[in-house]
Design a binder for this molecule. Structure first.
Ligand SMILES: Nc1ncnc2c1ncn2[C@@H]1O[C@H](COP(=O)(O)OP(=O)(O)OP(=O)(O)O)[C@@H](O)[C@H]1O
Ligand SMILES: [Mg+2]
Length: 266
């Protein structure tokens, strides 16, 4: 018999806690470090995200934004420090990974849809495989979610029959199908033509307004103004500034963050 991998061991884990104690952060990152080889990429990063909050993460290329997100859902375990989800330390125990991937939805720049599956089938896959839904029930879930992302007529379309903006909205619907408690978006519109950016940001802003807790790596400052509760600025692996959205756009920010903001706005 093959030994159980950390991932398959999850099958025998009990149901996860699905609530966050009142007043506690949903996610708490405490002093995490991460190196690749001899290069330190994340330097003592700390961040709290409370239920229903939308946090926008900005910073220059290579500053560690994607790596920070990847440490949250254990695609990359942090070297030092801790990540707490619903108060539970999930930092380095890979047995937590499958459960976290159910509770934490991730949307990437390049959609990463299965090309041989229709939009509906892309969304149905995880609810059927992971949650054990019947095909009919999973199909109902998919149709509801396609309505939510404003493409109800595209259920039977394959990714190559959809625009980039539509594909990204299918990817968002696919993440939502697991009823995540937290959504992570890593530059979800940076691969899109300008005319499609708005329709994706609108869906994300609607989800935030409904109370979906989110961390969004984006340089779309219109979205940040509209949807973010807080803005976090990273530089060279450090969280340099965390500011309420009003304060950030009101100009009372750290000088380096201000310079970066001026660069991306002009
Ligand atoms: N798997 C890896 N192995 C080695 N180095 C890596 C790895 N992943 C990221 N890096 C390095 O870590 C640094 C931070 O990368 P990261 O992708 O987190 O930055 P980012 O802020 O998301 O940048 P961008 O805005 O370009 O997406 C970069 O110097 C990158 O080359
Ligand atoms: Mg990145």
């Amino acid at each position: 018999m093959f030994p159980l991998s950390p991932l398959s061991a999850e099958a025998v884990m009990t149901s996860p806690p699905r609530t966050t104690p009142a007043g506690k952060p949903l996610l708490e990152i405490v002093g995490i470090d991460k190196s690749f080889g001899s290069t330190q990429i994340l330097k003592c990063c700390s961040l709290e995200v409370h239920p229903r909050e939308t946090v926008v993460l900005i910073g220059p290329s290579g500053s560690g934004k994607s790596t920070l997100l990847r440490c949250v859902n254990l695609l990359e375990p942090a070297d030092e420090g801790n990540v707490f989800f619903r108060g539970e330390d999930i930092t380095r125990d890979l047995r937590n990974a499958p459960r976290l991937r159910r509770e934490i939805g991730m949307v990437f720049q390049n959609f990463e849809l299965f090309q041989h599956l229709s939009a509906a089938e892309n969304i149905m896959l995880a609810p059927m495989k992971v949650l054990g839904l019947s095909r009919a029930d999973a199909h109902d879930v998919a149709l509801d979610l396609l309505k939510k992302v404003h493409i109800p007529a595209k259920a039977d379309s394959y990714p190559d029959e959809l625009s980039g903006g539509q594909q990204q909205r299918v990817a968002i619907a696919r993440a939502l199908a697991m009823k995540p408690a937290l959504m992570l978006y890593d530059e979800p519109t940076s691969a899109l033509d300008p005319e499609m950016i708005r329709e994706v940001l609108d869906v994300m802003a609607e989800l935030s307004a409904e109370g979906m807790t989110s961390i969004v790596v984006t340089h779309e400052m219109g979205f940040a103004r509209r949807a973010a509760d807080r803005i976090v600025f990273m530089e060279a692996g450090e969280i340099v500034e965390t500011a309420k959205s009003d304060a950030f756009f009101g100009g009372t920010v750290n000088a380096r963050a201000q310079r970066f903001l001026e660069q991306i706005l002009h």
